[in-house]
Design a protein around this ligand. Structure first.
Ligand SMILES: Cc1cc2nc3c(=O)[nH]c(=O)nc-3n(C[C@H](O)[C@H](O)[C@H](O)COP(=O)(O)O)c2cc1C
Length: 303
């Protein structure tokens, strides 16, 4: 009823965890049976370890949060040595979210991490917190395409291009990465935002600006998923503010073939599993045999 195959990756459910919101997975294993998750997209991984941004990195906002983590992660060697062996114990596809400072670095990372136990890559070309390149790749169609092409040259595994919402024309970005060979497209990453402390008059975040996520971004995410799903032929993975099964249903109706749960994991570590259970109930109540029956079925007849 819930099993889907996205870009050749078979998942028990269409509910994945969004990168950076579920650690590398094992951190959540005391709460959730990781085998019940559609796919785990691990924390953004870079070639070398990164310390991330200094100062305050998280701020709560109405119906959401701002973060400026700056891609803190232990690096690709540590991922292969310490994290992947732990993840291999579970029967769940592992998708590595990768980030590079240059196009070549993305290629190197993909080649290095194309090993047994990794099911595919999600390209973070859209992180707003890294000054060296992340945002530039994610906002210029030609640059995004160059990253996808380089990664495709360096791996036989499926490649998911993750798009930034911080652009004027999301469809142009989606078409560019599809043409470059992306096997699927995920969206949205966070929306660039800011908060100011009215006592000190200082920005709340050490990095001044950060990425907005959570329910506050859902309508924007849904609109972009709908636009992209109507413009490309590769599967779309929708995310942005999904807290409940009904939120996931909206993304599926808009055209997403799978969804990812992000910020909700910080509020409720069971969120991804509960969204999948709720989806199952929703299908049963409506006598639908498979989740695929929802994909792209938004009814445009008004009244
Ligand atoms: C604390 C935090 C860290 C994140 N780290 C990453 C990351 O490393 N790579 C990435 O592609 N997206 C990252 N994201 C973005 C999420 O994967 C997701 O695209 C976004 O938060 C929208 O979904 P949500 O509203 O359900 O959280 C991060 C988000 C948050 C809140």
């Amino acid at each position: 009823m819930l099993a889907v195959t996205i870009a050749g990756i078979s998942m028990k459910t269409p509910v994945m965890t969004a990168s950076g919101t579920f650690g590398f997975g094992p951190e959540y294993s005391d709460f959730v049976d990781l085998n019940t998750i559609g796919a785990i997209v691990v924390k953004g991984t870079t070639l070398a370890p990164r310390a991330g941004n200094s100062g305050c990195r998280i701020a709560e906002t109405p119906a959401g949060m701002l973060n400026s983590i700056g891609l803190e992660n232990p690096g690709s060697d540590e991922f292969l040595k310490a994290t992947l062996p732990k993840l291999k114990k579970y029967d769940v596809p592992i998708i590595v979210n990768i980030s590079g400072n240059t196009v070549e670095e993305y290629g190197k990372l993909a080649a290095k991490l194309s090993v047994n136990g990794v099911a595919g890559f999600e390209l973070n070309i859209s992180c707003p917190n890294v000054k060296e390149g992340g945002i530039a790749f994610g906002t210029v169609p030609q640059s995004a395409a160059a990253v996808v092409r380089e990664v495709k040259k360096n791996t036989h595994l499926p490649v998911i291009a993750k798009l930034s919402p911080n652009v004027t024309d999301i469809v142009a970005m989606a078409r560019a990465v599809e043409e470059a060979g992306a096997d699927a497209i995920s969206l949205i990453n966070t929306l660039l935002g800011m908060a100011i402390d009215t006592k000190s008059w200082r920005p709340v975040l050490g990095n001044v600006v950060g990425g907005l996520s959570g329910p506050a971004v859902k309508p924007v995410a849904l609109r972009m998923v709908w636009q992209v799903a109507n413009a490309v032929n590769v599967p779309v993975i929708g995310m942005g503010g999904i807290m409940t099964a009904l939120d996931a249903v909206e993304f599926l109706l808009a055209g997403a073939s799978a969804v990812a749960v992000g910020t909700a994991n910080f509020v409720n570590p069971y969120a991804a599993a509960e969204v999948a259970e709720g989806l199952c109930e929703y299908l049963k109540e409506r006598g639908l045999s498979h989740v695929q029956k929802l994909v792209g079925q938004v009814n445009h007849n008004i009244g």
